[in-house]
Ligand binder design. Structure first.
Ligand code: ZN
Ligand code: ZN
Length: 331
């Protein structure tokens, strides 16, 4: 089969991401093999390709938002049959025994293994996954629209939860890509007023089309303090600016696996019982919840398809924010 292999990380605009022939993987006990139909591109894939993730090892096939058809089953796999559609997300497996797993925070498992980081991911024609971590997808959603739900959607929902967002509150979204465009719709369904901060004129237009109350630059916020905010851009410079948007008691959640250094800031912008926290990974249940919301709320997924052979162009477009919503590779 063919797959994108990153042997040596580097800037995606110059990295060689031509497809390579690799052996077809064989499912072990408890695993299933999918024939991949679509795999969305995440900022994490970009950080992996550019060598910004400390625990990455190479060569590796990136990609952790995979829609495929069950093709082969390992021993002891109940509940799945060949021909069914399934989804694979970032979480490949957890230990189930560590203190994080025992207290229900399996996203923080010390022995967690992640798709497209520790095991080969979905920038390929086939993938193996643990059957117990595979998802059933809303039947009405085409592959192109279902794939971005599997990280952008899931982590967007977890970010809203970690931002303590309550119905009817005023929410700020800083950066507006694949994850934010889905989080916006969930927040709107909860009756929240959403303010979007982005430099891109195209992204401002997209946000307003999806129901944002306001879209503009972070240097000129409009109308009063926000209750909650989520920072999607991996730019530490924005953290103090985002904190300044919050009311006392407000929360800023950072949705980024990697971020440039956060500059020193005066204590007064955190004082007033404001909360600053990061968001790391997501539990399997977060994914179940998001996929159910996608059905009940009728989330609109904006996605652009690219042939798998053009993974480099897709990563470059994500890096430079040259598209609305999500980039999705189609083998
Ligand atoms: Zn991701
Ligand atoms: Zn664990």
């Amino acid at each position: 089969m063919r797959a994108v292999r990153i042997a040596q990380p580097g800037p995606v605009d110059t990295l060689d991401l031509t497809l390579q022939d690799v052996p077809e993987p064989q499912p072990g006990p408890g695993q299933i093999r999918l024939r991949i139909r679509a795999c969305a591109v995440c900022h994490t894939d970009l950080h992996l390709a550019e060598g910004e993730l400390a625990n990455a090892h190479y060569p590796i096939t990136p990609g952790h938002q995979v829609v495929g058809t069950v093709e082969a089953l390992g021993e002891g796999v109940p509940g799945w049959s060949p021909g069914e559609r399934a989804g694979v997300a970032w979480m490949h497996s957890v230990c189930g025994e560590c203190s994080a797993c025992r207290r229900g925070e399996s996203n923080l498992c010390v022995r967690a293994r992640f798709t497209g980081l520790h095991v080969d991911g979905g920038f390929a024609e086939r993938i193996l996954c643990e059957a117990s971590f595979a998802y059933r997808l809303p039947p009405h959603l085409p592959d192109l629209q279902a794939a971005p739900l599997l990280c952008a959607g899931i982590i967007g929902l977890r970010s809203l939860r970690k931002a303590d967002l309550a119905p009817g509150e005023r929410l700020g979204l800083i950066g507006f890509g694949a994850s934010a465009h889905l989080a916006l719709q969930v927040a709107r369904a909860w009756g929240c007023e959403v303010h979007v901060f982005t430099r891109s004129a195209d992204h401002r237009r997209h946000a307003l089309e999806l129901g944002a109350a306001w879209a503009g630059g972070i240097e000129r916020p409009q109308g009063g303090a926000l209750d909650r905010a989520v920072l999607f851009a991996p730019a530490g410079d924005l953290v103090p600016q985002a904190l300044r948007l919050l009311r006392p008691g407000g929360t800023l959640a950072i949705n980024a696996i990697h971020m440039s250094a956060i500059p020193a800031f005066p204590y007064e912008i955190l004082y007033g019982e404001r909360t600053l926290r990061s968001v790391a990974n997501a539990t399997y249940q977060d994914g179940v919840d998001l996929l159910e919301l996608a059905s009940t709320l009728g989330l609109q997924v904006t996605a652009t398809g690219y042939p798998l052979s053009e993974a480099g162009r897709a990563l470059s477009d994500v890096k430079h924010s040259r598209l609305d919503g999500a980039a999705v590779l189609i083998p």
